[in-house]
Design a binder for this molecule. Sequence first.
Ligand SMILES: [Zn+2]
Length: 342
Amino acid sequence: MSTTTSAGTPRTMRALVLHGPQDLRFETRDAPVAEPGEVLVEIGSVGVCGSDKHFYLEGRASSEIVTEPLVLGHEFGGRIVQAGSEADAALVGRRVSVEPLMPDPRSPEARRGSYNLDPAQRFFGVPGTDGALQQYLRVPVQNAFVIPDSVSDDAAAMVETISVSLNGIRKAGVAAGSRILITGGGPIGLFAAQLAFLHGASRVVLVEPQDERRATAASYGCEVASDLADVDERFDAVVECTGVGVVRHDSCLKVAPGGKAIFIGVGAQDASIPMPAIIEREVSVQGVMRYAFTWPTVIEALAAGRIDADSLVSRALPFDRAIEAWTVPLATEVKTMIRVNG
Ligand SMILES: [Zn+2]
């Protein structure tokens, strides 16, 4: 067994560890070593996600509950500093974006092409698997996707977010001439809007109460509204990115006959949706769980300048001040980045 290392990999590192609700602490840990089939990544930027906020505030997000100390961080990239045996030594020194989803490739779901639905999947930064808010993380080599120099560290982290939006836009079946409604102008909704146009949508309407976010959507060519009640038409697909109960409900009313209601936003565990509209208009209701087979597509689109990610970064914090991402919320936040080794 052999391990290829770039010079100067330290023995210890700093990690930001969540011990329970509103209890984040910096700790010193042994730096990991790449095992066979893995690479060691020196972490660059880590994006802070809505689910990270729920983990911090409530100790849970959706059905995932923090029961043991956990390192958050599932939106990330960095630089490979070590390759374990069975991983290509030429990767050492390359910059990568890391896909955090680790399915069992032999699961029935993975074998039929939906590896995001493997119930036994592991995922960096959710209970059971430490994430990227530490200086080094070892990852399976197949989860590390090399990025060109033109893709920034922040954009490398946002490949994860863009992937969620891409899965939603694929599920929506967006094609040339499609009319799409997006509810919510956070990162997922704003990337969904960009991707809808990339897939050929002729009209994209985005509903978002915050002025700055609406202005960003308008800059992509979206028509914008501050309230769903102001939208008086129906669409080939509605992509729901808020998770808010009333928006979930009313978005179904905005789907044209034979169209699709796509649910990305995670909110209350139960929701009420209008069954007559769904039955009588044959509306397809589709959930979106993470993503599958998105990293190469997203990296290509970023490298080609077809998706703008960097301008969605509203705040970048050095690792020392990472806790502010949770304790000092911004009124005009879109995406907060933590620059772990920046
Ligand atoms: Zn996320």
